[in-house]
Design a protein around this ligand. Structure first.
Ligand code: PMV
Length: 309
């Protein structure tokens, strides 16, 4: 039997970092998807081939050992933790195309995790509901990264545009009848999400009276942005993004490259732009209701751009 599943990457529109402290966040799925196929192996091993990254490895299910000589084998930890949720350890071949830049703040690890859980559970004829996939996937991210909000795994499971409520108590699918025109620009530098989350935590511990209000302000921005998105209030969406970017800078996760790309996008006509994801490298998101072309060209002059839909 051969089973295939895929799951999308994501861009965070509002609320990253604050979501770690139980604040709400808004995220959207992007058109880039990680694809996973599972088939019975001719051996008793669990063989993983991440085709687009050239990573091959073998997982010893019982000991949890990952055997691979690839320097980028860290991603195999997500596969191991994912299959532990829904597999009995029999020999399978897992083929993966990640299709999303790794460490770019676009949810590659969540997409691979969700698609792996979906494919391996289907292979084993385990019927999982979306909420179970999202729960397992979040547990996998926690096991690998030690600290992660459920935001990435939730959006990768459900897709669309979601508002994750305070303390992740519920997910509201934001049903809008228009496309949100965004451009995602990614820098060559990679942010380490775990370290960035930790650096914000330290800054908050050192300056609680200053940083807690910043986090509270991001919460207010996200709540107001939800309304603005539902009303398609373009000016307000853009302004709120710009304010959110300033507060992410205050949290210490901005970089010169990200900042420069954020301003390149604004100067090229974006109504708003900000870091998306953990920062420290990775990506920016620019909101371009006036058209994405100029912003893509401006970013492309020095960097890569993904036009997400
Ligand atoms: O960099 P990403 O795409 O993994 O996004 C991280 C978002 C944070 O809020 C910084 C962390 C989290 O777990 O939500």
């Amino acid at each position: 039997m051969q089973v295939k599943a895929s799951a999308p990457g994501k861009a965070i529109l509002f609320g990253e970092h604050a979501v770690v402290y139980g604040k709400p966040a808004i995220a959207m799925a992007i058109s880039k998807r990680s694809c996973v196929e599972v088939l019975e192996s001719s051996t008793s091993n669990i063989n993983v081939n991440i085709k687009d990254l050239g990573i091959k490895g073998c997982i010893d299910f019982n000991s949890g050992a990952i055997i691979s000589d690839s320097p980028k084998k860290g991603i195999l930890k997500y596969i191991l933790e994912s299959i532990k949720k829904v597999h009995d350890g029999s020999g399978i071949d897992i083929g993966i195309d990640v299709n999303i830049p790794i460490g770019g703040g676009l949810g590659s690890s969540a997409a691979v995790t969700v698609a792996t859980i979906a494919a391996v559970s289907a292979y084993n004829e385990i019927d999982l509901k979306e909420e179970e996939i999202a729960k397992y996937a979040h547990e996998v991210e926690l096991a690998v990264q030690k600290s992660a909000s459920p935001l990435d795994t939730t959006i990768s499971t459900y897709g669309g545009l979601i508002y994750l409520e305070t303390n992740a108590e519920d997910i509201v699918q934001l049903d809008i009848d228009y496309d949100i025109p965004v451009v995602i620009g990614y820098t060559d530098t990679r942010g380490d999400t775990g370290k960035l989350v930790e650096s914000v935590r330290i800054r908050r511990d050192v300056y609680p009276d200053i940083i807690n209000p910043v986090i509270d302000s991001i919460e207010l921005i996200t709540e107001e942005a939800k309304q603005a998105i539902l009303e398609n209030d373009k000016k307000r969406i853009g302004e709120l993004m710009n304010i959110n970017h300033g507060l992410l800078d205050a949290l210490g996760v901005n970089t010169k490259e990200l900042s420069s790309m954020v301003y390149t996008a604004r100067n090229a006509g974006a109504c708003g732009s900000k870091i998306t994801g953990a920062g420290g490298g990775g990506s920016i998101i620019a909101y371009c209701p006036g058209g994405t072309g100029n912003v893509i060209s401006a970013i492309n002059e020095t960097e890569n751009a993904l036009n997400a839909d």
